[in-house]
Design a protein around this ligand. Structure first.
Ligand code: COA
Length: 176
């Protein structure tokens, strides 16, 4: 994977040396509460993920950098080369970097990577309905809502509805 740049953000392939950053970002309460796995991530768990998913090509994962440095990660996991589909994931580590368009800029960039470089046909995701900023960010880059899985998850606040979203290659419009 090559380093790529777009307006406002650069995506660079994740490396093992990024483990402390990922662990720190991922375990913040305002990130953790929006993810399916609610327990803390350890360095060992991330290193295992890196070796079994990233190195093997099952997951294309990038570090998102803006002018101030690294701010988060974005990835396509469960890459299915037969069915040409993959699952999108993203988190920005510091709350100061959120709500400024970096998330949608990074999403646009990895959509381009998924459709143009990996030749995917479908990119999909699931997001808690209790996370409207994420849903809005995904809609800005062309993800469409497919449906809602009612009370599909449960966190400390109780049952959570989960929104399924996707974008197809035929719908995708590259950002200029
Ligand atoms: C989800 C995430 C990656 C989005 O990135 P971001 O840079 O914050 O998103 P953007 O700035 O591109 O877009 C957010 C949009 O949501 C809007 N928004 C913010 N709060 C909102 C709310 N409560 N209701 C509706 N829209 C909201 C913003 O106004 C913005 O839309 P606009 O550009 O039309 O004004 C980031 O917020 C994040 O990492 N959150 C914590 C981890 C997480 O939730 N990961 C996703 C799990 S599925």
């Amino acid at each position: 994977m090559k380093r790529t740049e777009t307006a406002g953000v650069t995506l660079r392939p994740i490396e093992l040396r990024d483990t402390p950053l990922i662990v720190r970002w991922r375990n913040q309460e305002d990130v953790r509460k929006n993810l399916y796995i609610q327990t803390d991530l350890t360095a060992e768990m991330h290193e295992q993920w890196y070796h079994t998913r990233v190195v093997t090509g099952q997951c294309a994962q990038f570090i998102i950098e803006c002018e101030t440095g690294p701010i988060g990660t974005v990835f396509l996991k469960n890459i299915d080369r037969d069915l040409q589909k993959a699952e999108f994931g993203i988190f920005l580590g510091s709350c100061e970097s959120r709500g400024k368009g970096y998330g949608s800029a990074a999403a646009a960039k990895i959509l381009e990577y998924g459709f143009s470089v990996l030749s995917l046909n479908r990119i999909y995701l699931s997001v808690f309905m209790s996370n409207p900023a994420a849903i809005r960010s995904y809609e800005k880059v062309g993800f469409r809502r497919e449906g809602v899985l009612r009370q599909d998850f449960r966190n400390q606040d109780g049952y959570v509805d989960v929104c399924m979203m996707s974008i197809l290659k035929q719908e995708w419009k590259p950002r200029r």
